[in-house]
Every structure is written in structure tokens, then in C-alpha cells.
Design a protein around this ligand. Structure first.
Ligand code: TEU
Ligand code: CA
Length: 536
């Protein structure tokens, strides 16, 4: 197996709109991110996944791109982008751009032309049909929108302002590769590929994910763009199984470095039900089963895992799977230790490193996300109460992750000097970066420690994984590498749990608790988390 820089990297996701506002308009921007690079360098991360900053009418906060080679004015200029790239690169931090090429904005020049002129080459860059079929949009309603001028319908698997691109068209594919090369030449560190498993869709057969040509397109893309460069590429693939993940990330397949799989995220809602039908309690045995399966099936010669708890589309993991009321700091550290010591590249969503929480949204007037708004409209139409709908949105809606980053105790949490676009969390006096940095016991330093371990510990990067048979609520595994062995054990509950271990614990690598007492008393206190070197 060949070593790659991204095996050792920890990636930090920045949601630009909510990270740091530099000019007081209430919206985070590129200069704001550049201002905070010192902070990210201190945390120790070596790559930033930047959610989209391209020109966009912002129907879906930038995941609707109207020009891939221009920067949205609210985020700054191309000069600001280049300054961010330079400053980050100087600090050894690579910038991973969000590549959204399953669809564009309806305001992209291609779509404008396609709509205006049905005989133009651009018409075939999109998917047009005389009759809609049953395909549905992720954001509610039919996936087909009538274009009145031509009488035809275009496909949009997301909002009607996000028309799907037609990857069958070779000229379109080449234009996308050219655009990717422009960004590669600017010195970026790679791409996070938005809903990439949809590009092989066959609309007439109602096939969306994992279409038959998906992997041909990715191989072609790789050959035309990043294939011979040392870049990190990560695909967002909601429908990936370990088998599928191997085709993407197998070292000989020449596709992607890794993919995001979402099987564990499925535990947030009722089995096989929409995300709005929430599951109140984490099924820990199921979580163990899912993580162990991915750890074991993606061996170092077969592919590579990504590791994440949440992102800009998901609720804060701490809010729904941790214990925010009773053990906020301890459970945040426990979740971090559990995730970061498995095999794969970890991704931290902004604010997780200080234990930020879901927002107590009161009513629909506080909601900005198109997915939640469309869901609420639909559900109200079906006669459900706003109270009911808000309970779902409060628990699982995407705005939870999108509230402003909490920097300090000044007004608006130091995010902006103006009025922030989404409300600042009322808990910011307690939960903010300045307080975290001032407290050597804070969650921040647990993350800093975990990130630094990746830089030196080969066992952590390449060691074998083995799940241990423990009490339901205890998640314990070992990592073994070249004669060394490590035990990681985490109590994912508010109760004490019995825990016995046959081997001999030696040095502590990292913990959030009194390690000796766990082994003496064979008992784990609530949210205890520990990693120790062991002798069998
Ligand atoms: O997300 C893909 C996606 O399917 C999400 O809409 C997801 O299903 C949903 O948020 C969970 O309920 C990507 C981006 O990450 C997301 O922000 C975009 O809205 C979407 O693609 C369209 O580009
Ligand atoms: Ca701004």
C-alpha cells in the first residue's frame, strides 16, 4: 500500500456563510476565513473542506452555482480566494473545494441558453422530457419542472433552481473537467464532490444513485484532471455500501481517495423512513455494527474510510447522540475519541471542536433552509401542526449546523459586527472559542491532541481494527500494528457500565477521565472514554 498525505490529514469543514464575517454585513466571507487561519493552525488541521463560495443566487446556500469560475460577491472576490489559498498553503493547510456538478443553478449561462434556445448545444447539457415521470425531488414535490416556453420539463433532483446536468453529453463533461483544471492550477488540495453518485442517473428508468456509467465517468474525470496529481478527492455518496466504496476508493481503481458513507447517519431517523421521523435514542449496538463493518471491509489494500459525525446538512451529533445537558464537555470528548481513533480520514465540522449545539428554533420564521421550508409547507398542507413540524426541524433540520460560529463573548458571539443572517445561539457566553482556548481541559484540546496523534502514530493510521464484545452501551475496539496494540473504550451513556478487559493496560494515550479506576473497578463512569496501550 502506498502512503498518502491525506491518510494522516484531519479535515476541517468550513461553512463560509457562518464562519466569520469580516465586513459587518452579517454573512461570513473569505476574508473572515483567512483571519481565522491562525486558529485552525493551532487546532492542527491540515486541510479545509470549503463549502461552495462560487457565484450563486443562493437558493440552496451556494449548492446552486451560476458560475464555477467566479466567487459570490457576498463572500468576496477571486483575489480574496487566492489570498486564502496562499495563506493556507503557507501554513501547510490544503483547501479542498466543493465540486457541485450533478446540477447547476438555473441562472448558470448554460441553463439560460438551454432554456432560451432549444436548438442550442447547451440544451442537451440538461435533462428534458415531454412528460414527467415519478421521480421526486429531495426537497419535496416532483423532480420535473415545466418550461412553459418549450412545453418540456427539466429534471431537478433538488430545488427547481438546481437543474440536473446531463452527464451523457461528452461536451458537457469536458467543460467540467476544464473547469476543475482551472481550480487545480490555482493550487487547491482537492475536491469534495457533491452527490457524485447521482451523475450516472438514467431518468427514464427512474435510476438516480449508482447508475451504470457512474464509475466510467469518474475514471474519465480522474484521467482528465486530478489523476496524476497528489490531491484528496472525497465523494458524497448517500447510497454507498462497503462494496461500492471499494470501487470508488480501491487503490488500483483510479477513482477517488475516499467517499462519505452515511449508514450511521441513518440511525437518526426511523428505519427506512424520511429523516423527519426522528429516532430519539441512539441504537448503540447498531452503531457498533455499522462502524465495525466499514472498518473491517475497507482494509488498507481495498480502499479508505472517511470518518465524520456531522456536517452542514446534519444536526450536531453532540445534541442528538451526546449528552448536552448533563455531560456536554465529557460526551463531546467521548464522541471525538471514539471517531478519530478508527481507521480513516476524520472530518470535523466547524464548531464541533468547542461543543456547539443544535439551536432552539421557536417557529418557522427563524428557518432559512430550503429543505426545511419545503418540508414544512408540505406537512402543513397535509394538516400537521406547526408544533409537530418544528419538533422535527429543531431536532434534525439543517439550520442547526448553520448558525454562526461562536468566537467569543462579545455581541453576536464575535461572528459579525452587524446582524447575523441566522440567529446566534443563546449559549454563546459559555460556549465559544475564546473560553475554550483559555481552558486547558476544554474539548478543543482533546481535538488538538487527536489531530496531533495522526501525525506521528502509524498504528492509528494503518493498524488493524477489532471490535470487542462489551455491554450494549460500551463501544470498545483495539488497533494493532507491528506488534503494538491499543485499546479504545467509550461509554456512550449517562449510566455507569461494567467493563472488563483481559489484557494489561500500560500507558494512557488520551482520555477524558480517571483511567486507572476503570481497570481497577471494572466499571466505566458515564461518557468515560479512554485509549491505552495494552499488552495481551
Ligand atoms: O447534499 C445531498 C443531499 O442529498 C442532502 O440534500 C441531504 O439528503 C439532506 O440534506 C439530508 O436530509 C448535498 C449538499 O451537501 C447539500 O447541502 C445540498 O443541498 C445538496 O447536495 C444539493 O446540492
Ligand atoms: Ca461578510
Amino acid at each position: 500500500m502506498q502512503e498518502k498525505w491525506w491518510h494522516r490529514a484531519t479535515v476541517y469543514q468550513v461553512y463560509p456563510r457562518s464562519f466569520k464575517d469580516s465586513n459587518g454585513d452579517g454573512i461570513g466571507d473569505l476574508k473572515g476565513i483567512t483571519e481565522k487561519l491562525d486558529y485552525l493552525e493551532k487546532l492542527g488541521i491540515t486541510a479545509i473542506w470549503l463549502s461552495p463560495v462560487y457565484q450563486s443566487p443562493m437558493d440552496d446556500n451556494g449548492y446552486d452555482i451560476s458560475d464555477y469560475e467566479a466567487i459570490a460577491e457576498i463572500f468576496g472576490s477571486m483575489a480574496d480566494m487566492e489570498e486564502l489559498l496562499d495563506s493556507a498553503n503557507q501554513r501547510g493547510i490544503k483547501i479542498i473545494m466543493d465540486l457541485v456538478v450533478n446540477h447547476t443553478s438555473d441562472e448558470h449561462a448554460w441553463f439560460v441558453e438551454a432554456r432560451k434556445n432549444p436548438d442550442s448545444p447547451e440544451r442537451d447539457f440538461y435533462v428534458w422530457r415531454d412528460q414527467p415521470n415519478h421521480l421526486m425531488s429531495t426537497f419535496g414535490g416532483s423532480a420535473w419542472e415545466l418550461d412553459e416556453a418549450s412545453g418540456q420539463y427539466y429534471l431537478h433532483l433538488f430545488s427547481r433552481k438546481q437543474p440536473d446536468l446531463n452527464w451523457e453529453n461528452a461536451a458537457l463533461r469536458q467543460k467540467i473537467y476544464d473547469m476543475m483544471n482551472v481550480w487545480i492550477d490555482k493550487g487547491i488540495g482537492g475536491f469534495r464532490m457533491d452527490v457524485i453518485d447521482l451523475i450516472g442517473k438514467i431518468p427514464d428508468q427512474e435510476i438516480t444513485g449508482n447508475g451504470p456509467k457512474l464509475h466510467d465517468y469518474l475514471k474519465e474525470m480522474s484521467l482528465a484532471t486530478f489523476g496524476n496529481k497528489d490531491l484528496l478527492t472525497v465523494g458524497e455518496t448517500w447510497g454507498a455500501t462497503p462494496e461500492i466504496a471499494k470501487t470508488y476508493s480501491g487503490p488500483d481503481n483510479q477513482e477517488l481517495s475516499m467517499v462519505f458513507q452515511f449508514e450511521h447517519i441513518g440511525l437518526q431517523h426511523k428505519p427506512d423512513r424520511p429523516k423527519w421521523e426522528i429516532e430519539k435514542e441512539l441504537d448503540v449496538p447498531k452503531l457498533k455494527e455499522i462502524f465495525a463493518k466499514w472498518q473491517l471491509e475497507l482494509g488498507v489494500n481495498e480502499g479508505w474510510n472517511s470518518l465524520f459525525w456531522d456536517n452542514h446538512d446534519l444536526p450536531r451529533a453532540l445534541s442528538i447522540w451526546g449528552s448536552p445537558e448533563h455531560y456536554r464537555e465529557k460526551s463531546a470528548k467521548a464522541l471525538a475519541i471514539l471517531l478519530h481513533l478508527m481507521r480513516g480520514t476524520p472530518y470535523i465540522y466547524q464548531g464541533d471542536e468547542i461543543g456547539m449545539l443544535n439551536y432552539p428554533f421557536k417557529d418557522l420564521t427563524e428557518i432559512a433552509d430550503i429543505e426545511s421550508i419545503n418540508y414544512a409547507k408540505e406537512a402543513l398542507g397535509e394538516g400537521r401542526s406547526e408544533q409537530d413540524i418544528m419538533a422535527s426541524i429543531r431536532h434534525i433540520g439543517r439550520d442547526n449546523a448553520r448558525i454562526p460560529m461562536q468566537w467569543n463573548t462579545s455581541p453576536q458571539a464575535g461572528f459579525t459586527t452587524g446582524q447575523s443572517w441566522l440567529p446566534v445561539h443563546p449559549d454563546f457566553q459559555e460556549i465559544n472559542v475564546a473560553s475554550a482556548l483559555a481552558d486547558p481541559q476544554s474539548i478543543f484540546y482533546t481535538y488538538q491532541h487527536l489531530i496531533s496523534l495522526r501525525k506521528t502514530e502509524d498504528w492509528l493510521i494503518y493498524g488493524d481494527f477489532e471490535l470487542l464484545d462489551t455491554e450494549d452501551k460500551v463501544f470498545a475496539y483495539t488497533r494493532q500494528y507491528q506488534g503494538k496494540a491499543y485499546l479504545i473504550a467509550v461509554n456512550l451513556s449517562d449510566d455507569t457500565q461494567p467493563f472488563s478487559f483481559a489484557g494489561q493496560p500500560e500507558a494512557t494515550v488520551i482520555s477524558n477521565t480517571d483511567v486507572a479506576s476503570i481497570f481497577q473497578n471494572q466499571m466505566m463512569q458515564p461518557w468515560d472514554a479512554v485509549c491505552v496501550a495494552i499488552r495481551y
